[in-house]
Write a new protein. Structure first.
Length: 402
């Protein structure tokens, strides 16, 4: 099976994120009988009705206080065999860092909005973070439609309110879906209670990502080179696009071309492969190929030493100090040469910083790399638009290429 899609689920506290994922897993038949029986027992002990959210909230403290305290992941698979991982992140302000760390690994996002609350401050903050992270494939679900009697007018009213705010952030959601996570409405099947809704279900919206990802330009960061049966094999995960035997590809930053001789998947030869599969690749010229090289076609990324990017600081950072820049499998020494702008993660307002960034700052910066790296502006799919900065082997910032 191909590598699973990473789907971050975010939104305001009590918007129903964990319930949505739990009910989705239940409807998809992805839960074991033991898991269902365990939650039933927990709910009885806590004197609660059955809560699908408890399938995600694995800590006892979460079950008592009904808050998601950690970044939780849950695997699911479609009937076509395509797998994806739901990343359930906190909705309350104190754990904004956890939310960022969860989202930074995501391919797409589901933003859950409580139909009774519309655009809350935390919803605005999470939307800003998704925009900052460059996650473009965003599905907005207006949850708890059962509490407003599945009213079409209320759905359209809240949808308009959310759309107006998103326009200010230049966010264009792929879908707005009315649903009831608690009752399973519009998750995998079209809701009979909302016959007025003519759009897609949540699973159909997720599946559009798989089709779009295959159409992108080929990007395969080389993870390593193995010697198998006296033959060199480059291994890595196709981040976007697809490849076929016999095609010519570019290798960056080596600035050389080579032709695909063989494609190997689980020790079997394949004529073609596509994102997000992990593969072995034999080229007709394997000279100087190694970890950190990027195999691509047809549109090529930029090879640069000077980078403009947006970063979120996990630690305090000083300009002109030595850091380690890592993007996909690429690695080089780098330093922040200029702070071009800083924003407060809570108020979303700009603020002033001179020569130093504090923990939790969101900033636009100029970075100088010691060695050339292959990068491209982040557009939601490409791994070459994402990076981390490390200091003493610890991550001190996550970033997106501008």
């Amino acid at each position: 099976m191909e590598n699973p899609l990473q789907v971050v689920v975010t939104g305001d506290v009590d918007s129903g994120k964990s319930t949505l994922i739990g009910r989705f897993l239940y409807e998809a038949g992805a839960l074991s009988q033991e898991a269902t029986e365990e939650i039933t027992d927990i709910c009885q002990r806590l004197k609660h009705d059955f809560e699908f959210a408890y399938l995600l909230d694995s800590l006892e403290e979460e079950r008592v206080h009904q808050l998601t305290m950690d970044t939780t992941q849950a695997f699911c698979k479609t009937k076509k065999g395509r797998g994806f991982v739901f990343i359930d992140v906190p909705g309350h302000q104190e754990l904004i860092k956890n939310m960022l760390c969860g989202s930074s690994y995501a391919d797409m996002a589901i933003l859950v909005v409580d139909i009774n609350k519309s655009v809350e401050q935390q919803t605005k903050r999470h939307a800003f973070i998704l925009r900052f992270l460059g996650i473009e494939h965003i599905i907005v679900v207006l949850n708890k439609m059962d509490l407003v009697s599945f009213d079409e007018f209320i759905f359209k009213k809240v949808k308009q309110e959310v759309s107006v705010f998103f326009q200010k952030l230049q966010i264009k959601p792929k879908y707005f879906i009315p649903l009831s996570a608690n009752q399973g409405e519009n998750l995998l099947k079209i809701s009979k209670n909302m016959a007025w809704y003519k759009g897609v279900t949540l699973i159909e919206a997720i599946n559009t990502y798989f089709r779009n990802k295959e159409k992108r330009a080929l990007r395969l960061p080389v993870q390593d080179i193995y010697d198998i049966d006296k033959e060199k094999v480059a291994v890595g995960k196709i981040m976007s696009g697809r490849m076929r035997k016999g095609e010519e590809v570019d290798i960056l930053p080596l600035n050389k071309k080579s032709r695909i001789k063989r494609i190997r998947v689980f020790n079997r030869n394949r004529y073609s492969a596509y994102a997000p599969e992990s593969i072995g690749l034999i080229l007709d010229d394997m000279a100087n190929l190694g970890r950190g090289q990027i195999i691509c076609r047809p549109k090529l990324p930029r090879i640069v030493k000077n980078i403009v990017a947006k970063i979120f600081c996990v630690q305090a950072l000083n300009t002109n100090k030595s850091l380690t820049f890592k993007s996909s499998t690429q690695k080089t020494i780098a330093q922040i040469s200029q702070i071009m702008g800083v924003w407060d993660i809570v108020s979303l307002e700009p603020k002033s910083r001179q020569g130093k960034l504090e923990k939790n700052d969101v900033a636009k910066v100029a970075i100088n790399a010691e060695k050339p790296v292959a990068v491209e502006s982040f557009e939601g799919f490409n791994s070459l638009g994402r990076f981390v900065l490390e200091k003493d082997t610890e991550i001190c910032a996550i970033g997106m290429i501008c």
